[in-house]
Design a protein around this ligand. Structure first.
Ligand code: SIN
Length: 521
């Protein structure tokens, strides 16, 4: 019989949302268990380069941040969630400053930069292009000083434990294959997105949609999975990982050029290189398509930007480029889009409540509708902070669990070793058929291939197998929602329905067991 650990709260994921929630929950001496499947420094948060958007100069600034968030979201932003984000954002950032987060300053004043679709400079950054890492470091330092928080690394969450329809804890497996259960009066899924569902992604290998897939298997509602944001500018060099080239580069003046050397964004949007992310990503894709379907290079050009020291402003990016013989101030940098951020996820209200009792979600794993169909640049770290803190506030009110029978032990099939092949098949079919440009024929083909792959995935306690199963579930959810949304909006573009259709689809997709509906929230 596996061991059962009793605690007050369980948080799956140790990125910005999970850590901020842990700090909130532990403030009244509750015991909090934070579980992460790798080292603490391996969440998507650590890779966030550009910054954190926040309106620090009063009401007018907050109202403009709200407008920009709503406009970028292409008619689908949940206004209440966006209002909460921009209004509570400054409080959460003040808190970070008090906790020692070292944002970049000039003459003692916080430096603010700009990114796509922002109407003013409101993006804080740290150590140039290492904003996520600095925020995560300061949250971790704070969390480590609180004795009621237990940080459990290298432990994979297999599934949610249920009793009478309520979530009562999680099943865990450690690196040695030991299974345990943890029980708590509430569980928060803050396990990030699912970038690894695509072959080309800016996300680290750990982003396998674990929380979303577990919530779905437990019966929770999932929303807006058709909206996967593709970052326009990932480094595009053969054999090199799709390294993120922050939107802040364009914020500091970078241009985009096609293979003829032409600056092309004026044909796509009046904001040029600082247009909303979905528009820039599709423009790059189109400019990079040769007449016979061959791929043409598209470049980021910063050679004309002489007003700042590019190496000092972008040290991490400069270092990575230098390893590949490139310099921002000297070279054209080849780029193309890559999967970056999932607007959809586990449907929650603005306090992180899901459709299942005692289950909460926050950050990229959740879908409050705050980003609508397309997230405004640098709103995601803020989202993690604001909604992580809010989830903690309401989770506290959950009553203690009643006496429960022992949880059921999982029954795995013998481990198989073909998970890497299955994972590659999922990534490839998703990129080719359910990526930036979609149509019904491709999506149906993806659905058929995913069904075949699904039959080959065994019940397993092997981490690689669990991740493949989770990616498969997320792929299925993305494809089903993309097929159902017969229009183009934000990050979701259908070649066969190229226009936004406000008569049929001004709503969020909601997937439940055997149905998909479009609803307001
Ligand atoms: C970037 O630095 O371009 C990424 C920021 C974001 O995804 O908001």
């Amino acid at each position: 019989m596996p061991e059962v650990h009793e605690t007050d709260f369980i948080i799956v994921g140790a990125g910005v949302a999970g850590l901020r929630a842990a700090i909130g929950l532990a403030s009244d001496r509750a015991r909090v268990l934070v579980v992460t499947k790798e080292a603490l420094a391996e969440s998507n948060t650590w890779y966030a380069q550009g910054g954190i958007a926040v309106a620090l100069s009063g009401d007018e600034d907050v109202a403009l941040h709200l407008d920009d968030t709503v406009n970028a979201g292409d008619g689908l932003v949940n206004r209440e969630a966006a209002r909460v984000l921009v209004e509570e954002g400054p409080l959460r950032v003040d808190e970070l400053l008090r906790w020692g987060t070292d944002f970049d300053r000039e003459g003692g004043r916080l430096m603010l930069t700009r990114e796509g679709a922002h109407s003013r400079n409101r993006i804080l950054h740290a150590h140039g292009d290492a904003t996520g890492a600095e925020i995560a470091r300061s949250l971790l330092r704070h969390a480590r000083a609180i004795p009621h928080i237990t940080l459990l690394e290298w432990t994979t969450t297999v599934s949610l434990d249920l009793h009478d329809g309520a979530v009562t804890g999680v099943t865990l497996v450690d690196r040695e294959g030991r299974i345990t259960h943890a029980r708590a009066r509430a569980v928060l899924l803050a396990s990030g997105g699912a970038g690894q569902v695509y072959s080309d992604t800016t996300n680290p290998a750990v982003t396998t949609g674990d929380g979303i897939a577990m919530a779905w298997s437990a019966g929770a509602e999932i929303s807006d999975m058709e909206f996967y944001q593709f970052h326009p500018t990932a480094l595009s060099l053969p054999g090199v990982q799709r390294f993120l080239l922050s939107e802040a580069l364009r914020g500091e003046g970078a241009w985009l050029r096609n293979s003829c050397g032409e600056r092309f964004m004026e044909r796509y949007h009046p904001l040029l290189e600082l247009a909303p992310r979905d528009i820039v990503a599709r423009a790059i894709t189109r400019e990079g398509m040769g007449p016979a379907g061959e791929q043409l290079p598209v470049f980021l050009d910063m050679r004309h930007v002489t007003k700042i020291d590019l190496v000092a402003r972008f040290p991490g990016i400069s270092r990575f480029l230098a390893e590949h013989g490139l310099q921002l101030r000297r070279d054209l940098i080849p780029v193309r889009p890559a999967a970056h951020y999932l607007m959809g996820g586990i449907r929650t209200d603005v306090s992180g409540r899901t459709s299942l009792p005692r289950l909460y979600a926050a950050g990229e794993a959740a879908c409050t509708g705050v980003h609508g169909a397309n997230r405004l640049a640098s709103n995601s770290l803020l989202e993690g902070l604001v909604f992580g803190a809010r989830a903690a506030e309401v989770m506290r009110d959950e009553s203690p669990l009643p006496q429960l029978p022992p949880p059921e032990a999982p029954q795995p099939s013998p481990t198989q070793d073909h998970f890497a092949v299955l994972r590659q098949r999922i990534e490839r079919v998703m990129w080719e058929k359910a990526g930036l440009l979609r149509d019904a024929e491709g999506l149906r083909a993806a659905q058929a291939e995913l069904a075949e792959i699904g039959r080959a995935i065994p019940v397993t306690l092997d981490r690689a197998g669990i991740e493949v199963r989770n990616l498969h579930t997320c792929g299925d959810l993305i494809v089903a929602a993309a097929l159902a949304r017969e229009e183009s909006r934000g990050a979701h573009f259908r070649n066969d329905f190229p226009r936004r259709d406000d008569a049929r689809f001004p709503k969020h997709s909601v997937q439940r067991r055997d149905s998909i509906a479009f609803e307001n929230f």
